[in-house]
Design a protein around this ligand. Structure first.
Ligand SMILES: [Zn+2]
Ligand SMILES: [Zn+2]
Length: 138
């Protein structure tokens, strides 16, 4: 089960929600099962990598879930699908993401404890959690 955390800016009114957790299509599974699906769920680079890895190994398993990341430089929040690939229980690949503005490597953040953040639109520190809009997704 996943959570959608809503944020709202007091200054410019911008709203955005961030997903954290597992979803219907985003969950742990063998890589072979993921590749059997017709839809590409993960980032195309991850998807291509999984296809390549599956050609050389049959014992691949992946863990996937939505995670919330923060740019250490401009503090923008992102939700991304983090994918970790295991080969015989050893992690052989883990997703990495970069900020679309400053290209810094994003860091995982604990959104559950994040009450305030920088608004991605007006850049003020008035982007706050909207507790009334909190939702769960299956
Ligand atoms: Zn704003
Ligand atoms: Zn940034």
């Amino acid at each position: 089960m996943g959570h959608a955390y809503s944020y709202c800016c007091d200054h410019c009114g911008f709203t955005e929600s961030f997903n954290q957790g597992h979803g219907f299509l985003v969950h742990s599974q063998p890589v072979s099962e993921y590749l059997k699906q017709r839809t590409r769920i993960f980032h195309y680079k991850t998807h291509d990598l999984l296809r390549k890895m599956a050609k050389t190994s049959e014992n691949l398993h992946l863990k996937a879930g939505f995670q919330v990341y923060k740019c250490p430089h401009c503090k923008t929040l992102y939700d991304k699908i983090e994918v970790t690939v295991f080969e015989n229980e050893e992690a052989v690949h883990k997703s990495e993401f970069r900020c679309r503005d400053c290209k810094a490597r994003l860091k995982l953040t604990n959104i559950h404890r994040l009450k305030r953040a920088i608004c991605p639109r007006c850049r003020q520190r008035t982007f706050h959690r909207d507790y009334a809009q909190h939702e769960l997704f299956p």
